[in-house]
Design a protein around this ligand. Structure first.
Ligand code: AMP
Length: 291
């Protein structure tokens, strides 16, 4: 049975006992509204660790003013049921008061890799992510923490932070889980109407087109970027490309030419919904990429 823990002291006790028993601990941080993407992370953690802790926390610090913090879906009972089905040991669901006690004034700010792309589109977003993920890492003391490749820049930011702050946790990046039509699963897909969803499918198709071009031998950065942009272009005024680029997987620097691994990274805005997708690409014959 999955245990729901809300208080820091109870979590600390659980973690202390797990450590005393020499259990390895896997950690899956989420904002809830769990779907198959989240479940795949929980399953991976379950196979690799003795104990799995899932956090469910809609982190106000990572939302900008005017974003969907208030209407973000919070189906808590359903989420706990999903965690039980996936055999998670603990759901850690702290209140905002718990994570942000009045007067909290420490911010974790990752420079460089957090600057462009999502960092530019959502100023302050990664400060909010890094600040809370650092707190959670200190509380949970996991051996491994599981993140989805869908949020590629987030995985790079978290890895950078873990290295810089020397937090003893291994970051495991798991493949993007998609719906049957190809759209990457996201808790925000519920905001899309049927017509919006049809537009949204430009995104996985564009990523796929870029992947195919690379597999066919294309290595020119500008060529790959224009393949992405052409496939994303829509006659609808409210469907806009936030960014579409080919970048280095560790530094996120835009690549003039694909020599080893690269990441095709794009965000399409459909109405008010921002959709993220990416794929790691490399010229044929390149050894497999490891995060
Ligand atoms: P969120 O609840 O959106 O903060 O996501 C929690 C974790 O689940 C993050 O590491 C996400 O990258 C990951 N995640 C979200 N959607 C997917 C997906 N479609 N496939 C794989 N992982 C995902």
């Amino acid at each position: 049975m999955t245990r729901v823990i809300r208080d820091v002291e109870d979590l600390r006790q659980y973690v202390t006992m797990a450590r005393r028993n020499r259990f390895s601990v896997g950690f899956v941080p989420t904002m809830g509204a769990l779907h198959e993407g989240h479940r795949s992370l929980i399953r991976r953690s379950w196979t690799e660790n003795d104990r799995t802790i899932v956090s469910i926390y809609v982190n106000p610090l990572q939302f900008l003013p005017g974003e969907d913090l208030d209407r973000y879906p919070r189906p808590f009972e359903k989420d706990v049921a999903a965690c039980t089905e996936e055999k998670a040991d603990v759901v850690f669901a702290p209140s905002v008061q718990t994570m942000q006690p009045p007067g909290r004034s420490t911010v974790v700010k990752v420079e460089g890799v957090a600057h462009d792309y999502e960092g530019r589109a959502r100023p302050g977003h990664f400060d909010g992510v890094a600040t809370i993920v650092a707190s959670l890492f200190h509380l949970v003391q996991a051996d491994r923490a599981y993140f989805g490749q869908k949020d590629f820049q987030q995985t790079v930011v978290v890895r950078r932070m873990v290295r810089d702050l020397q937090i003893p946790v291994q970051i495991v990046v798991c493949p993007t889980v998609r719906d049957a039509d190809g759209l990457a699963m996201s808790s925000r897909n519920v905001y899309l109407s049927a017509a919006d969803r049809a537009e949204a499918l430009r995104l996985p198709r564009a990523i796929r087109a870029a992947e195919k071009a690379v597999l066919a031998g294309e290595t020119g950065g500008d060529r790959i970027r224009s393949i992405l942009r052409d496939a994303l272009a829509s006659p609808r005024q409210d469907v806009r490309i936030d960014y579409a680029d080919l970048v280095h997987p560790d530094t996120l620097v835009s690549l003039p030419r694909l020599e080893g691994h690269g990441v095709v990274l794009a965000v399409l805005r459909v109405g008010n919904v921002r959709l993220l997708d990416n794929a790691v690409v490399a010229p044929p014959g390149t050894p497999a990429w490891e995060a």
